[in-house]
Design a protein around this ligand. Structure first.
Ligand SMILES: [Zn+2]
Length: 476
């Protein structure tokens, strides 16, 4: 039984999709007014873990992630840069896809862009006008929250202190100023505008997700995700728009991911602690280490991003990788032993069961590391055969390939344009050493071997070529 903490209702509850075996998942995507930061990636990596866990349990997941390429922020940015909206957003969209691949986040099935779905938004706004949930004011259209009695159910905003009839045009606002919000904004000087049946103008941010989710899923679907910042007003408003227009429950399960802070502080450009993936890679970490750190904190906990935490992530990955490397040394024929097969099966189930429990990644990783420990005990006793090694290593590779996605087997199975400052460097040095040996320059070859040892890399020459593993650096 899979269980999630549903923000709607605020409790852990069993997850049952509308259609057996299929999960319709909508995740709020990037607003492409800037490069994504590491906090954005925390949410996207959490969503990737959610999706992979469901797929691991046999669900088919249909995933839609929107791209907000028109809203207050993108318009402001384009104006400041003196370029059109499309030219302004393009590099940020490209960066998003590139970094998504570096972090081994599975692509969504659809990435609808807001600017390509204006007709769907207009249709939805028309329905809201027809049903009396929306009204016109000076060329704009607003949602009348008084007409929707369950407004506030998701975020539990207090409606009492609200000034009657207050309204606002901004896409983002605080809980304290809950008000009628803009579905459609009248044309303004220097802003993009579309000529439509409801008049000229451009959409508000919230209507975009309501329109694009129903375009791909219809009026109801299973899971909607975002960061906790999205709960109010964005997701509250999505529910109001969609349920008022369609008259059916919009989303069954809402999952929200907590903030990421850097060295205990909220990220802000003014504080100089605004981290992008590129800045973290620039410090010599790899994308897979970043991914491992981002996914290894439970999504409902605040994640404190520090260099120390990155080093811990690196050490965790090295433990997994070294386990696989050491298994290669087992040459004794035979097996697999039924006890070894049972150990692998039990561990696989423990790992999956932990994720079934509201994505309890700490328990899942604990199951993995306990498994590695047990296997190492058997190995140290000399009990393992080649057949056992295949089963043990196979489980780690499967969990990594299907769920964790951190590429423990190395760059070969995890190609990435931004990947592997460390692994790539090691590989280069190994190649240089091979070249030196081929030219019979054994002094140089040995110097390179010592250099690698100083980096904590131990080389092993085998008949299948050179293998390396990470050991504690003798210099540390
Ligand atoms: Zn959204």
């Amino acid at each position: 039984m899979i269980r999630f903490f549903n923000t709607l209702g605020g409790a852990v509850e069993p997850f049952v999709p509308l259609e057996p075996g299929v999960v319709k998942l909508y995740t709020c995507g990037p607003t492409v007014y800037d490069y994504p930061h590491i906090g954005n990636w925390r949410a996207y990596v959490f969503e990737d873990l959610l999706k992979r866990s469901l797929m691991f349990r046999g669900f088919k997941v249909v995933h839609v992630m929107n791209i907000t390429d028109v809203d207050d922020k993108t318009i402001r940015g384009a104006r400041a840069a003196g370029v059109g909206l499309e030219d302004y957003t393009r590099p940020f969209i490209e960066a998003f896809f590139e970094e998504r691949d570096s972090l081994n986040v599975l692509p969504a099935d659809h990435y609808p862009r807001a600017t390509a779905h204006i007709p769907e938004m207009v249709t939805l706004i028309k329905a809201l006008l027809d049903k009396g949930f929306a009204y016109r004011k000076e060329g704009s259209v607003y949602f009348a929250i008084d007409m929707f009695p369950s407004y506030g159910r998701l975020s539990r905003v207090c409606l009492e202190q609200r000034r009657a009839g207050s309204r606002g045009d901004a896409d983002e606002y605080e809980k304290e100023s809950v008000h009628d919000f803009a579905l459609w904004k009248s044309p303004k000087e220097g802003e993009p505008s579309w000529d439509t049946e409801i008049g000229p103008g451009r959409p508000g941010w919230h209507i975009e997700c309501s329109a694009m989710s129903s375009r791909y899923f219809g009026p109801s679907f299973d899971i909607h995700c975002g960061g906790i910042d999205n709960i109010f007003p964005h997701h509250e408003n999505e529910i109001a728009q969609s349920e008022a227009a369609n008259g059916v429950k919009f989303v069954g399960t809402w999952l929200h991911c907590h903030h990421l802070v850097v060295n205990g502080e909220k990220m802000a450009k003014s504080k100089g602690n605004f981290l992008t993936l590129e800045t973290v890679l620039g410090k010599g970490f790899s994308a897979r280490e970043v991914r491992f750190l981002l996914l290894s904190t439970h999504y409902r906990k605040m994640l404190n991003f520090t260099d120390e935490a990155m080093h811990q992530a690196r050490a965790g990955l090295e433990r997994i990788r070294n386990f696989l490397v050491d298994l290669e040394d087992i040459k004794r024929d035979g097996g697999p032993d039924p006890d070894v097969v049972r150990l692998a099966e039990r561990s696989r189930e423990e790992f999956a069961a932990a994720l079934d429990d509201d994505l309890n990644i700490s328990e899942a990783l604990a199951a993995l590391f306990t498994f590695i420990k047990s296997a190492n005990v058997l190995r140290d006793k000399g009990r393992l055969t080649r057949g056992d090694a295949v089963v043990l290593g196979g489980l780690v590779l499967e969990l990594d390939d299907k769920v964790l996605g951190v590429g423990v087997a190395g760059p070969a199975v995890y190609p990435s344009p931004l990947e592997g400052t460390f692994d790539a460097l090691v590989q280069k040095k190994i190649e240089a050493r091979q070249a030196a040996r081929a030219e019979r320059d054994f002094k140089l070859a040995d110097d390179i071997r010592m250099e690698l040892l100083d980096m904590g890399v131990l080389l092993e020459d085998t008949k299948d070529g050179v293998r390396w593993k990470k050991i504690a650096s003798p210099k540390n």
